[in-house]
Design a protein around this ligand. Structure first.
Ligand SMILES: Cc1cc2nc3c(=O)[nH]c(=O)nc-3n(C[C@H](O)[C@H](O)[C@H](O)COP(=O)(O)OP(=O)(O)OC[C@H]3O[C@@H](n4cnc5c(N)ncnc54)[C@H](O)[C@@H]3O)c2cc1C
Length: 344
């Protein structure tokens, strides 16, 4: 049986540990701060696709991962008994002007072709979309059936529970054993910056809010550049800011108030909903903006999985599989754009 050491218990590390354990590896996960203590401990959880055009390796990888997400999270929940709050309920996006409306209509055809009938992208009228739909200047919205929701913090807890059942524990300290992968988020990028004396990656702060609002099985909304994500547990997340310059990675401020105001303007139903939590975290972003997967540039013979940036949760199911292929079976199916060298 192969041994695997995963350093970092965020969504990348936990998902890789899960994929390796399912293939029979003897896995340990090491995180001195505990599972979900980095960027993955948040609350938004929009698993949303890129626009279906100008197809490239990153979009194809993300599409595969979004399709893989449903069975992935079903298996995790079925094993550990903890729900990640996954649901593929789709998304509505108001269309602001006639140019965007033309583009959105062109993308109906490209989605049919690129998404291979596995999901739809359609332009529908706001009246067809129903009362949950935000107002749209053109009277039309995009409805896609690929977007899913999931509760990030609960997803980490679901993976930890499923790993426990598989005999995999998250510990604060342990020596390397077997194949080693570093999925240490921002800390891992800063280590690369120090070693190379330049920016290989950086952190982009995000602030988000969680309200008590039970929207049932309604689709998530993307309006005025804000994600509005109804969760399965009767809460609703609003996110996020995107800040390259920040002093305190964990504080929230008026920038979050602005995001909440925009959400409430798009969906006045949210007025007066109880605020449960204001949260901030730092997204690990590689210089190339793509995930950074493969051999570790500093630790010889070891591996790296980093750079999830804004879509780490959406990418995790496929990241886990390609990293398990590489580490356990020496099978390399990582897109060239995702190689660490691209950001060095
Ligand atoms: C406000 C906000 C909203 C977001 N919304 C979404 C969304 O809607 N959809 C989506 O897909 N993504 C979203 N993201 C992005 C997503 O959260 C990240 O891409 C993802 O969490 C990155 O996961 P990770 O495992 O690489 O890093 P992290 O979660 O940061 O995990 C790294 C882990 O490594 C540990 N660590 C650090 N140093 C060491 C060490 N030396 N040894 C061992 N462990 C170490 C840390 O404690 C941490 O637990 C959002 C992020 C933010 C901040």
């Amino acid at each position: 049986m192969v041994d695997v050491t995963v350093r970092g218990a965020g969504i990348f590390g936990l998902s890789i540990a899960w994929a390796c354990a399912r293939r029979g590896a003897k896995v340990q996960v090491v995180d001195p701060f505990g599972p979900g203590s980095g960027s993955s401990g948040g609350l938004v959880g929009a698993l949303a696709p890129h626009v279906p055009e100008n197809w490239n390796a990153k979009k194809a990888f993300q599409f595969d991962s979004l399709i893989m997400a449903e069975p992935f999270w079903q298996q995790v929940e079925g094993t550990g008994g903890v729900s990640p709050g996954y649901g593929r309920l789709g998304r509505l996006q108001p269309i602001p002007d006639t140019r965007s409306l033309d583009l959105a209509r062109q993308r109906e055809g490209s989605a049919d072709q690129l998404w291979q009938g596995q999901a739809e992208w359609r332009v529908i009228s706001t009246s067809q979309a129903g009362s949950w739909c935000p107002p749209s200047p053109t009277g039309f919205v995009i409805r896609d059936t690929l977007t899913a929701r999931m509760h990030p913090r609960r997803a980490c807890a679901a993976l930890v529970a499923a790993l426990e059942v598989m005999g995999v524990h998250v510990v604060a300290n342990a020596d390397d054993r077997g194949q080693v992968v570093h999925a240490t988020g921002l800390a891992g990028l800063l280590e690369l910056n120090d070693a190379y004396g330049k920016t290989v990656g950086n952190g982009v702060k995000g602030q988000a809010a969680l309200l008590r609002f039970d929207a049932g099985e309604m689709p998530q909304l993307f309006a005025d550049a804000v994600h509005i994500v109804p969760h399965a547990d009767g809460t609703l997340a609003i996110g996020s800011t995107s800040e390259r310059d920040y002093d305190d990675p964990t504080s929230t401020d008026s920038a979050l108030n602005d995001v909440i105001d925009r959400a409430t303007r798009a969906l006045p139903l949210l007025h007066g909903a109880e605020m449960i939590e204001r949260w901030a975290g730092v997204r690990p972003r590689s210089k190339s903006r793509a995930p950074m997967l493969g051999l570790h540039p500093l630790h010889q013979g070891q591996f790296i999985a980093n750079g999830g940036f804004k879509i780490g949760f959406g990418m995790a199911p496929k990241v886990a599989e390609v990293m398990a292929d590489l580490m356990l079976e020496d099978r390399d199916s990582i897109p060239d754009d995702f190689r660490p060298e691209v950001s060095l």
